[in-house]
Design a protein around this ligand. Structure first.
Ligand SMILES: NC(=O)c1ccc[n+]([C@@H]2O[C@H](COP(=O)([O-])OP(=O)(O)OC[C@H]3O[C@@H](n4cnc5c(N)ncnc54)[C@H](OP(=O)(O)O)[C@@H]3O)[C@@H](O)[C@H]2O)c1
Length: 266
Protein backbone atom coordinates (compact mmCIF):
# COMPACT_ATOMS: atom_id res chain seq x y z
CA UNK A 1 0.00 0.00 0.00
CA UNK A 2 1.48 3.35 -1.05
CA UNK A 3 1.27 6.28 1.36
CA UNK A 4 -1.91 8.30 0.80
CA UNK A 5 -1.84 12.08 1.26
CA UNK A 6 -5.48 13.05 1.38
CA UNK A 7 -6.76 16.63 1.45
CA UNK A 8 -10.31 17.56 2.42
CA UNK A 9 -11.64 20.84 1.06
CA UNK A 10 -14.70 21.28 3.26
CA UNK A 11 -14.69 19.36 6.52
CA UNK A 12 -18.43 19.36 7.28
CA UNK A 13 -20.78 16.44 7.80
CA UNK A 14 -19.88 14.10 4.96
CA UNK A 15 -16.13 14.78 5.28
CA UNK A 16 -16.38 14.08 9.03
CA UNK A 17 -17.94 10.66 8.34
CA UNK A 18 -15.21 9.84 5.85
CA UNK A 19 -12.43 11.10 8.11
CA UNK A 20 -13.80 9.01 11.01
CA UNK A 21 -13.78 5.91 8.81
CA UNK A 22 -10.28 6.60 7.49
CA UNK A 23 -8.71 7.65 10.80
CA UNK A 24 -7.29 4.17 11.46
CA UNK A 25 -6.26 3.48 7.86
CA UNK A 26 -2.55 2.70 7.70
CA UNK A 27 -0.22 4.86 5.60
CA UNK A 28 -2.71 7.71 5.38
CA UNK A 29 -2.04 11.36 6.15
CA UNK A 30 -5.05 13.66 6.17
CA UNK A 31 -5.15 17.42 5.72
CA UNK A 32 -8.19 19.66 6.02
CA UNK A 33 -9.19 23.11 4.92
CA UNK A 34 -12.53 24.72 5.67
CA UNK A 35 -13.64 28.32 5.36
CA UNK A 36 -15.49 27.80 8.64
CA UNK A 37 -12.70 27.96 11.25
CA UNK A 38 -14.78 26.31 14.00
CA UNK A 39 -15.65 23.31 11.78
CA UNK A 40 -11.97 22.86 10.88
CA UNK A 41 -10.80 23.22 14.47
CA UNK A 42 -13.32 20.60 15.66
CA UNK A 43 -12.32 18.03 13.03
CA UNK A 44 -8.61 18.52 13.80
CA UNK A 45 -9.32 18.11 17.54
CA UNK A 46 -11.34 14.94 17.03
CA UNK A 47 -9.27 13.13 14.37
CA UNK A 48 -5.70 12.90 13.05
CA UNK A 49 -6.19 15.70 10.53
CA UNK A 50 -3.68 18.51 10.01
CA UNK A 51 -5.20 21.92 9.50
CA UNK A 52 -3.97 23.91 6.50
CA UNK A 53 -4.49 27.60 5.92
CA UNK A 54 -5.63 27.81 2.32
CA UNK A 55 -6.76 25.93 -0.77
CA UNK A 56 -3.39 26.39 -2.57
CA UNK A 57 -1.66 25.03 0.54
CA UNK A 58 -3.79 21.88 0.66
CA UNK A 59 -3.06 21.29 -3.04
CA UNK A 60 0.65 21.45 -2.20
CA UNK A 61 0.32 18.97 0.68
CA UNK A 62 -1.98 16.36 -0.89
CA UNK A 63 -2.30 14.80 -4.33
CA UNK A 64 -5.74 13.37 -3.69
CA UNK A 65 -8.23 16.15 -2.96
CA UNK A 66 -11.75 15.47 -1.78
CA UNK A 67 -14.17 18.27 -2.62
CA UNK A 68 -16.72 18.15 0.19
CA UNK A 69 -18.41 21.53 -0.05
CA UNK A 70 -22.00 22.23 -1.11
CA UNK A 71 -22.67 21.98 -4.86
CA UNK A 72 -23.12 25.76 -5.23
CA UNK A 73 -19.69 26.33 -3.60
CA UNK A 74 -17.79 24.07 -6.05
CA UNK A 75 -17.17 26.70 -8.75
CA UNK A 76 -15.59 29.10 -6.22
CA UNK A 77 -13.39 26.34 -4.81
CA UNK A 78 -12.22 25.35 -8.29
CA UNK A 79 -11.41 28.96 -9.19
CA UNK A 80 -9.14 29.13 -6.16
CA UNK A 81 -7.72 25.66 -6.72
CA UNK A 82 -6.99 25.91 -10.44
CA UNK A 83 -3.59 27.72 -10.32
CA UNK A 84 -2.25 25.01 -7.96
CA UNK A 85 -3.52 21.98 -9.90
CA UNK A 86 -1.20 19.61 -11.73
CA UNK A 87 -1.88 16.51 -13.82
CA UNK A 88 -0.81 14.45 -10.77
CA UNK A 89 -3.75 15.62 -8.69
CA UNK A 90 -6.78 13.41 -8.36
CA UNK A 91 -9.99 15.24 -7.51
CA UNK A 92 -12.77 13.27 -5.84
CA UNK A 93 -16.01 15.22 -5.64
CA UNK A 94 -18.93 14.30 -3.39
CA UNK A 95 -21.03 17.26 -4.57
CA UNK A 96 -24.48 16.13 -5.64
CA UNK A 97 -25.33 16.91 -9.25
CA UNK A 98 -21.91 18.30 -10.25
CA UNK A 99 -20.53 16.42 -13.26
CA UNK A 100 -16.93 15.29 -13.56
CA UNK A 101 -16.78 17.29 -16.80
CA UNK A 102 -17.79 20.50 -14.99
CA UNK A 103 -14.93 19.97 -12.55
CA UNK A 104 -12.39 19.19 -15.26
CA UNK A 105 -13.55 22.15 -17.37
CA UNK A 106 -13.17 24.48 -14.37
CA UNK A 107 -9.80 22.97 -13.47
CA UNK A 108 -7.12 21.95 -15.98
CA UNK A 109 -7.66 19.84 -19.11
CA UNK A 110 -5.51 16.90 -17.87
CA UNK A 111 -7.29 16.82 -14.51
CA UNK A 112 -8.25 13.40 -13.17
CA UNK A 113 -11.71 13.55 -11.62
CA UNK A 114 -13.85 11.01 -9.83
CA UNK A 115 -17.40 11.73 -8.87
CA UNK A 116 -19.01 9.97 -5.93
CA UNK A 117 -22.45 9.99 -4.33
CA UNK A 118 -22.43 8.78 -0.73
CA UNK A 119 -25.46 8.75 1.60
CA UNK A 120 -26.13 9.58 5.26
CA UNK A 121 -25.79 6.04 6.68
CA UNK A 122 -22.08 6.78 6.10
CA UNK A 123 -22.34 8.48 9.52
CA UNK A 124 -22.73 5.00 11.09
CA UNK A 125 -20.31 3.22 8.74
CA UNK A 126 -23.14 1.75 6.62
CA UNK A 127 -23.02 4.16 3.71
CA UNK A 128 -23.70 3.32 0.08
CA UNK A 129 -21.45 5.22 -2.27
CA UNK A 130 -21.84 5.27 -6.04
CA UNK A 131 -18.55 5.99 -7.85
CA UNK A 132 -17.82 6.96 -11.44
CA UNK A 133 -14.56 7.91 -13.07
CA UNK A 134 -14.33 11.01 -15.30
CA UNK A 135 -12.49 11.38 -18.61
CA UNK A 136 -8.87 11.22 -17.38
CA UNK A 137 -9.32 8.94 -14.35
CA UNK A 138 -7.45 5.63 -14.64
CA UNK A 139 -8.53 2.25 -13.26
CA UNK A 140 -5.98 2.82 -10.52
CA UNK A 141 -7.66 6.12 -9.56
CA UNK A 142 -11.08 4.45 -9.46
CA UNK A 143 -9.69 1.61 -7.32
CA UNK A 144 -8.22 4.18 -4.93
CA UNK A 145 -11.60 5.95 -4.66
CA UNK A 146 -13.30 2.58 -3.98
CA UNK A 147 -10.76 1.92 -1.28
CA UNK A 148 -11.28 5.34 0.34
CA UNK A 149 -15.09 5.17 0.35
CA UNK A 150 -15.08 1.57 1.60
CA UNK A 151 -14.18 3.20 4.93
CA UNK A 152 -17.80 4.36 5.27
CA UNK A 153 -19.70 1.38 3.87
CA UNK A 154 -20.25 -0.27 0.52
CA UNK A 155 -19.35 1.07 -2.89
CA UNK A 156 -20.70 0.47 -6.40
CA UNK A 157 -18.90 1.41 -9.59
CA UNK A 158 -21.27 3.02 -12.12
CA UNK A 159 -21.22 4.99 -15.36
CA UNK A 160 -21.72 8.73 -14.99
CA UNK A 161 -24.99 8.43 -16.96
CA UNK A 162 -26.30 6.32 -14.05
CA UNK A 163 -25.53 8.87 -11.34
CA UNK A 164 -29.03 10.42 -11.42
CA UNK A 165 -30.49 6.98 -10.77
CA UNK A 166 -28.00 6.37 -7.94
CA UNK A 167 -28.77 9.78 -6.45
CA UNK A 168 -32.48 8.93 -6.57
CA UNK A 169 -32.10 5.46 -5.10
CA UNK A 170 -29.29 5.43 -2.53
CA UNK A 171 -28.63 9.17 -2.15
CA UNK A 172 -32.25 10.04 -1.35
CA UNK A 173 -33.06 6.50 -0.23
CA UNK A 174 -32.44 6.92 3.51
CA UNK A 175 -35.36 9.41 3.59
CA UNK A 176 -37.67 6.84 1.96
CA UNK A 177 -36.55 4.21 4.47
CA UNK A 178 -37.18 6.53 7.43
CA UNK A 179 -40.62 7.32 6.04
CA UNK A 180 -41.45 3.63 5.66
CA UNK A 181 -39.94 2.87 9.07
CA UNK A 182 -42.00 5.54 10.77
CA UNK A 183 -45.18 4.28 9.07
CA UNK A 184 -44.53 0.65 10.05
CA UNK A 185 -43.83 1.70 13.64
CA UNK A 186 -47.07 3.69 13.68
CA UNK A 187 -48.84 0.54 12.49
CA UNK A 188 -47.27 -1.27 15.44
CA UNK A 189 -48.47 1.43 17.84
CA UNK A 190 -52.01 1.30 16.44
CA UNK A 191 -51.93 -2.47 16.90
CA UNK A 192 -50.98 -2.15 20.59
CA UNK A 193 -47.20 -1.60 20.96
CA UNK A 194 -45.44 1.19 22.85
CA UNK A 195 -43.74 3.60 20.41
CA UNK A 196 -40.16 2.72 21.43
CA UNK A 197 -40.84 -1.00 21.10
CA UNK A 198 -42.55 -0.48 17.74
CA UNK A 199 -39.57 1.51 16.40
CA UNK A 200 -37.11 -1.14 17.60
CA UNK A 201 -39.12 -3.97 16.04
CA UNK A 202 -39.51 -2.11 12.75
CA UNK A 203 -35.89 -0.87 12.49
CA UNK A 204 -34.29 -4.18 13.39
CA UNK A 205 -36.62 -5.95 10.96
CA UNK A 206 -35.57 -3.54 8.19
CA UNK A 207 -31.89 -4.07 9.05
CA UNK A 208 -32.23 -7.86 9.18
CA UNK A 209 -34.19 -8.03 5.92
CA UNK A 210 -31.57 -5.82 4.22
CA UNK A 211 -28.78 -8.10 5.48
CA UNK A 212 -30.60 -11.18 4.14
CA UNK A 213 -31.05 -9.49 0.76
CA UNK A 214 -27.35 -8.48 0.71
CA UNK A 215 -26.23 -12.04 1.52
CA UNK A 216 -27.20 -12.75 -2.08
CA UNK A 217 -28.37 -16.33 -1.58
CA UNK A 218 -31.99 -15.57 -2.55
CA UNK A 219 -33.76 -12.80 -4.44
CA UNK A 220 -36.11 -10.46 -2.49
CA UNK A 221 -39.17 -12.11 -4.06
CA UNK A 222 -38.05 -15.59 -2.88
CA UNK A 223 -37.26 -14.23 0.59
CA UNK A 224 -40.74 -12.71 0.67
CA UNK A 225 -42.34 -16.03 -0.29
CA UNK A 226 -40.36 -17.78 2.47
CA UNK A 227 -42.13 -15.61 5.10
CA UNK A 228 -45.58 -15.91 3.55
CA UNK A 229 -47.83 -18.80 4.58
CA UNK A 230 -51.06 -19.12 2.56
CA UNK A 231 -53.90 -17.74 4.67
CA UNK A 232 -51.46 -16.41 7.29
CA UNK A 233 -50.65 -13.01 8.80
CA UNK A 234 -48.00 -11.93 6.26
CA UNK A 235 -50.32 -12.70 3.37
CA UNK A 236 -53.01 -10.52 4.96
CA UNK A 237 -50.52 -7.64 5.28
CA UNK A 238 -49.11 -8.04 1.76
CA UNK A 239 -52.65 -8.09 0.33
CA UNK A 240 -53.14 -4.51 1.58
CA UNK A 241 -49.76 -3.47 0.11
CA UNK A 242 -50.78 -4.91 -3.27
CA UNK A 243 -54.25 -3.35 -3.18
CA UNK A 244 -52.65 0.06 -2.43
CA UNK A 245 -50.05 -0.46 -5.21
CA UNK A 246 -47.07 0.18 -2.96
CA UNK A 247 -44.68 -1.39 -5.49
CA UNK A 248 -45.69 1.13 -8.17
CA UNK A 249 -45.58 3.97 -5.63
CA UNK A 250 -41.96 3.15 -4.77
CA UNK A 251 -40.97 2.75 -8.43
CA UNK A 252 -42.52 6.18 -9.15
CA UNK A 253 -40.74 7.65 -6.11
CA UNK A 254 -37.31 6.73 -7.48
CA UNK A 255 -38.26 7.87 -11.00
CA UNK A 256 -39.39 11.30 -9.71
CA UNK A 257 -36.15 11.76 -7.74
CA UNK A 258 -34.01 10.69 -10.74
CA UNK A 259 -35.85 13.13 -12.97
CA UNK A 260 -35.30 15.93 -10.44
CA UNK A 261 -31.61 15.06 -10.19
CA UNK A 262 -31.37 15.29 -13.98
CA UNK A 263 -33.09 18.71 -13.97
CA UNK A 264 -30.77 20.02 -11.24
CA UNK A 265 -27.70 18.92 -13.24
CA UNK A 266 -28.71 21.39 -15.95
N1 LIG B 1 -24.48 15.21 3.96
C1 LIG B 1 -24.85 14.20 3.21
O1 LIG B 1 -25.54 13.30 3.61
C2 LIG B 1 -24.40 14.10 1.79
C3 LIG B 1 -24.71 12.96 1.04
C4 LIG B 1 -24.27 12.90 -0.29
C5 LIG B 1 -23.53 13.92 -0.82
N2 LIG B 1 -23.27 15.02 -0.07
C6 LIG B 1 -22.52 16.10 -0.67
O2 LIG B 1 -21.44 16.42 0.16
C7 LIG B 1 -21.14 17.80 0.04
C8 LIG B 1 -20.93 18.37 1.42
O3 LIG B 1 -22.12 18.20 2.17
P1 LIG B 1 -22.11 18.33 3.75
O4 LIG B 1 -23.47 17.94 4.19
O5 LIG B 1 -20.91 17.64 4.30
O6 LIG B 1 -21.94 19.93 3.84
P2 LIG B 1 -21.50 20.80 5.10
O7 LIG B 1 -21.72 20.05 6.37
O8 LIG B 1 -22.15 22.13 4.92
O9 LIG B 1 -19.92 20.95 4.92
C9 LIG B 1 -19.33 21.77 3.93
C10 LIG B 1 -18.23 22.60 4.62
O10 LIG B 1 -17.48 23.28 3.60
C11 LIG B 1 -17.28 24.62 4.05
N3 LIG B 1 -16.98 25.50 2.90
C12 LIG B 1 -17.79 26.29 2.18
N4 LIG B 1 -17.12 26.93 1.21
C13 LIG B 1 -15.83 26.54 1.33
C14 LIG B 1 -14.65 26.87 0.63
N5 LIG B 1 -14.64 27.74 -0.41
N6 LIG B 1 -13.49 26.29 1.01
C15 LIG B 1 -13.48 25.41 2.05
N7 LIG B 1 -14.56 25.09 2.76
C16 LIG B 1 -15.73 25.63 2.41
C17 LIG B 1 -18.56 24.95 4.74
O11 LIG B 1 -18.44 26.09 5.55
P3 LIG B 1 -19.77 27.00 5.81
O12 LIG B 1 -20.65 26.18 6.69
O13 LIG B 1 -19.23 28.21 6.49
O14 LIG B 1 -20.37 27.27 4.45
C18 LIG B 1 -18.80 23.69 5.56
O15 LIG B 1 -18.07 23.68 6.76
C19 LIG B 1 -22.30 18.44 -0.72
O16 LIG B 1 -21.86 18.82 -2.01
C20 LIG B 1 -23.34 17.37 -0.82
O17 LIG B 1 -24.00 17.39 -2.07
C21 LIG B 1 -23.67 15.13 1.22
Amino acid sequence: MTHLQLGFIGTGRIARALIAGLSTRPKTTMYGFDSNAATLRDICNDYPVSSVISIPEIARQAQVLILAVKPYQIADVLAELKPSLTENHLIISVAAGISSEFIRANGISELKVIRVMPNTPAFVGEGMTAICGGKNASDHDVTLARDIFSAIGRVALLNESQMDAATALSGSGPAYMFHILDSLAEGGVQSGLAHNDALLLAAQTMLGAAKMALSGTKKPDELKRDVTTPGGTTEAGLKVMDEQHIRQILIDTVAAAASRSHELMK
